[in-house]
Write a protein that binds this ligand. Structure first.
Ligand code: FE2
Length: 294
């Protein structure tokens, strides 16, 4: 699937952009299905907010259980002080996650495109397993920032194998919160890991903790996306249908969406079946729902 230049770019930069990977029809079908899932979603009294600053996001039981389910997470800014929605539900969901690639036919079909396994082989990801999926809405005006992070923090294996396949379902621009990445940043160390600690906590504790591995600071995102200045981040403005492949150690970030246009994206994270997946990762599957190949 990948040219020698694309493979070299991935090794050098830690990411590669493949324009027009997904057809307009495939994007439209996935978008329609995501909206259907939200339409059918009945929010419980306890609302799971995906606090998009990943340092402080809530880690309630729904979040921890969502690794084997299909859950809708609200935007932080969608809830008023009384916990009620301030705008329609369909404009209030941050993302759907984290197992629809195994539970929903439309997501399964999109995620098991045979070309993805070829891309995985091209970049040296052997025996890929589809671990986690997210349909991200980045809603108009309230779409939240996703703070700078490395995916291996949240989906750790030994050795590190997590790889992100990120699809623009709609055009991603500077204005609506496109991805940003630090070319070559994947050669740096893993800064921290995000661990379950429910064994040590009372049941009402949040059940997760960050453990620092390396004190090297993550690069600082630009304060103004229209004036990146000295930030080492580059914007990945892509048209709908593009796929971005992201190395698990690559620092990446996306800003808030203050525009009137949504920025839908689908993200699928894969690991190698040959790597060790510790039982302290936040995402755990029940025994009767094993991970399936890409
Ligand atoms: Fe990420």
């Amino acid at each position: 699937m990948l040219t020698a230049e694309q493979r070299a770019a991935y090794q050098r930069d830690g990411f590669v952009v493949l324009p027009d990977f997904a057809s307009p029809d495939a994007c439209a079908r996935l978008r329609r299905r995501a909206v259907e899932i939200v339409d059918a979603w009945e929010p419980s009294a306890l609302r799971s907010v995906f606090t998009t600053n990943e340092q402080t996001r809530s880690s309630n039981r729904e979040f921890l259980d969502s690794g084997s389910g299909t859950w809708c997470f609200f935007e932080e800014d969608a809830l008023g002080p009384d916990g009620e929605l301030t705008q329609p539900k369909e404009l209030s969901i941050n993302k759907v996650g984290h197992a629809q690639h195994d539970l929903d036919d439309e997501f399964d079909g999109f995620s098991r495109d045979p070309r993805l396994a070829e891309v995985a082989a091209d970049i040296g990801l052997h025996d890929p397993l589809a671990l986690q999926s997210m349909y991200i809405f980045k809603q108009p005006r309230i779409g939240g920032e996703v703070s700078c992070h490395q995916d291996a923090t949240f989906l750790y294996t030994t050795p590190i194998t997590v790889t992100g396949f990120w699809f623009a379902i709609e055009d991603a621009t500077l204005d609506n919160g496109c991805l940003w990445a630090v070319p070559g940043g994947h050669t740096g160390p893993l800064r921290q890991v995000f661990k379950r600690n429910d064994a040590d906590d009372p049941p009402d504790a949040d059940g997760t903790v960050f453990e620092q591995l390396d004190t090297t600071p993550l690069p600082e995102p630009p304060a103004d996306v229209r004036a990146p200045g000295t930030s080492p981040f580059v914007p990945l403005e892509v048209d709908a249908g593009a796929m971005v492949v992201l190395h698990g150690l690559l620092p990446h970030w996306s800003g808030p969406n203050r525009s009137g246009t949504s920025r839908h994206a689908y993200s699928l994270h894969c690991i190698s079946a040959a790597a060790d997946y510790p039982d302290w990762n936040w995402l755990q599957r029940p025994a009767d729902m094993p991970l399936r190949p890409l």
